[in-house]
Design a protein around this ligand. Structure first.
Ligand code: MTE
Ligand code: MO
Length: 329
């Protein structure tokens, strides 16, 4: 049985569910029931494949874009954020700084064919076709909350594979202690990169033991379908106990290094964004509090208390034993 996130089965007392979302949640439970998912009642068997036509939340997957996947026990209890908000309210600065810019402009990005280059301290360096790194017959759905550093959050039904499965394929050598990621960069397709808000390409990194944690995930889809470009097609990282910006989109490079790597937000504003970027209500952003978050789609007044490690303390606190998490933010 898979260890579950601690928040999975208990709704937080702060989660006031507006009526339309409650209706939406009933629909999710109804469709999950139709699939015979034991997961909602207790321990999921992970065997039930979702059918392409089954509505996910408020969205019916487009048959042309639908994926097959199994349900998993990784799911938060809160209602899903609507498909329109998940795919229409985005941060993907390569396409502009406005929340609507990625939905408007990311269709210009070429995502096929796609390859990922493995570099650095790996036994298997080289260029891999997406299909060679991701087993599309072994996809699973995970409902994780994305907590943006801007103090808002959404709940997204991601589809993908554990990051650990990719790292195991690439066999980091014994000297490797960190994994690095880089986003695709194409000046003619990405209108936002003419602005030097970030030293492009967008870069991220994790300590190798963080990356191997079972929660760390590489998504190729959401809401039953392949990822829309604005959400980081065709493959993006999802690290649910860290702020959203660690979840780098449209990954073209994965590397292994011995020393703590540079990351885009840390380079841009070192006093605001550290390497770790763990969700932490105790450590305010220098310009605003991180104690609470606005629930996207939850209505004007919907806020919830931000949880340590975004609710995954049981799964990840050990990674930081003995570390000062205010200093190492
Ligand atoms: N390449 C790239 N990845 C990125 C970003 C970005 O600007 N460029 N924004 C990050 C931020 S700040 C957040 S909150 C999430 C948003 O993911 P979503 O749009 O799928 O919700 O993507 C992250 N990944
Ligand atoms: Mo973010």
């Amino acid at each position: 049985m898979i260890r579950r996130p601690n928040e999975v089965w208990q709704a937080s007392a702060d989660d006031v569910t507006p009526k339309p979302l409650f209706m939406n949640r009933r629909k999710i439970i109804a469709s999950a029931g139709a699939l015979g998912l034991a997961g909602l009642a207790g321990c999921g068997d992970g065997q039930s494949a979702a059918s392409a036509q089954t509505p996910v939340g408020n969205h019916s997957p487009d048959p042309q874009r639908s994926l097959s996947y199994t349900a998993s026990d990784y799911r938060v209890s809160a209602p899903l954020t609507s498909y329109d908000a998940v795919t229409g309210y985005n941060n993907f600065y390569e396409f502009g700084l406005g929340k609507g810019d990625p939905a408007r402009y990311a269709h210009r990005m070429t995502t096929e064919p796609w390859s990922i280059e493995a570099e650095g301290l790996t036994e298997r360096p080289g260029r891999y076709a997406l299909q060679d790194l991701v087993n599309f017959d072994a996809l699973e759905e995970r409902i994780y909350r994305l907590r943006c550093v801007e103090a808002w959050s959404m709940v997204v039904p991601w589809i993908g594979i554990p990051l650990a499965s990719i790292i195991e394929r690439l066999q980091p050598s014994s000297a490797a202690r960190y994994v690095t990621f880089e986003t695709y960069l194409n000046r003619s397709e990405m209108r936002g990169v003419r602005y030097p808000v970030i030293d492009w390409p967008y870069r991220e990194g994790l300590r190798l033991d963080e990356a191997m944690n079972p929660l760390a995930f590489m998504a190729v889809g959401l809401y039953g379908e392949i990822l829309p470009n604005q959400n980081g097609a065709p493959i993006r990282l999802v690290v649910p106990w860290k702020y959203g910006y660690k979840s780098i989109k449209s990954v073209v490079k994965i590397g292994f290094v011995a020393e703590q790597p540079e990351t885009s937000w840390n380079l841009t504003a070192p006093n605001e964004y550290g390497f770790y970027s763990n969700v932490n209500p105790e450590r305010d952003h220098p310009r605003w509090s991180q104690r609470t978050e606005r629930v996207i789609d939850g209505g004007v007044f919907a806020r919830r208390d931000t949880e340590m490690f975004n609710g995954y303390a049981d799964q990840v606190a050990d990674l930081y034993a003995g570390m000062d998490l205010i200093e190492n933010h």
